[in-house]
Design a protein around this ligand. Structure first.
Ligand code: SAM
Length: 216
């Protein structure tokens, strides 16, 4: 992880765009194509078109291919081939996954494959996940833990009627390996026995500071 106090290349993570920036980006997301979509497909289609264009120009939540575009200047973590990172990991066949298909902006099936492969490869006894959401990743990691293994997964306390944190694992036998903690990542007490106790930590809660720093 970069030195967050000295490395100004990560400054853009420290704050959300101002209202002026957001308006400017929204305006720059419109183009002649949006007019065509409006005329051909109507207002809800054009709203979707402009919001996806906005995502494109703001650089978050982009489809797979967009994550490698050469003009992106906010991708600071170098990418490596999987066998450079985990030499000897068997990638010849995919693992068994439950509920593999993602929700919008959710973890992609190939990301679930990599995560569970790594759990298998490291024979990880303890995994920490920041950001449970519906619990798809927590469940799939739990399925691949060795006997006695556990995954600790953190999220905010659920809001009744609004979200159901972890519902994918609720009725599953693997639930016994999942320890759900309802707390903000920056408030979690990660002193022993938790500190430095996990073979794998999946940071998937926060996109920006200060939560991002707390996860790191
Ligand atoms: C991208 S989703 C996690 C998806 C999940 N890891 C999966 O693979 O299905 C992000 C989750 O992080 C949670 N979150 C965001 N900020 C958080 C914080 N500061 N502390 C704890 N949880 C947070 C959100 O409530 C949301 O459920």
């Amino acid at each position: 992880m970069a030195n967050l106090t000295k490395d100004h290349s990560l400054d853009h993570l420290a704050s959300y765009p101002s209202s002026v920036q957001r308006v400017a980006r929204a305006l720059s997301s419109r183009n002649l194509n949006s007019l065509r979509v409006l005329l051909r497909n109507g207002p809800s289609a054009v709203l979707s078109f402009v919001s996806h264009s906005y995502h494109l120009y703001s650089g978050f939540g982009l489809p797979h291919g967009w994550q490698r575009l050469p003009w992106r200047n906010d991708l600071k973590i170098p990418s490596r081939k999987i066998d450079e990172l985990f030499p000897g990991m068997d990638c010849t066949r995919s693992p068994e996954l439950l509920f593999p298909f993602p929700r919008h902006l959710g973890v992609l099936p190939q990301e679930l494959i990599v995560l569970t492969k790594v759990v298998d490869h490291l024979k990880a006894k303890r995994v920490v996940e920041f950001g449970t959401a519906e619990g798809r990743t927590a469940l799939n990691i739990a399925l691949h833990l060795p006997p006695g293994g556990e995954i600790i997964t953190l999220d905010f306390p659920p809001v009744p009627g609004q979200n159901e944190i972890g519902f994918f694992y609720w009725g599953q036998p693997a639930k016994s390996r999942i320890k759900q903690i309802f707390v903000s990542v920056d408030a979690w007490d990660y002193r022993p026995p938790h500190r430095a106790s996990a073979e794998l930590v999946f940071c998937d809660a926060c996109d920006r500071m200060p939560g991002l720093a707390a996860e790191a």
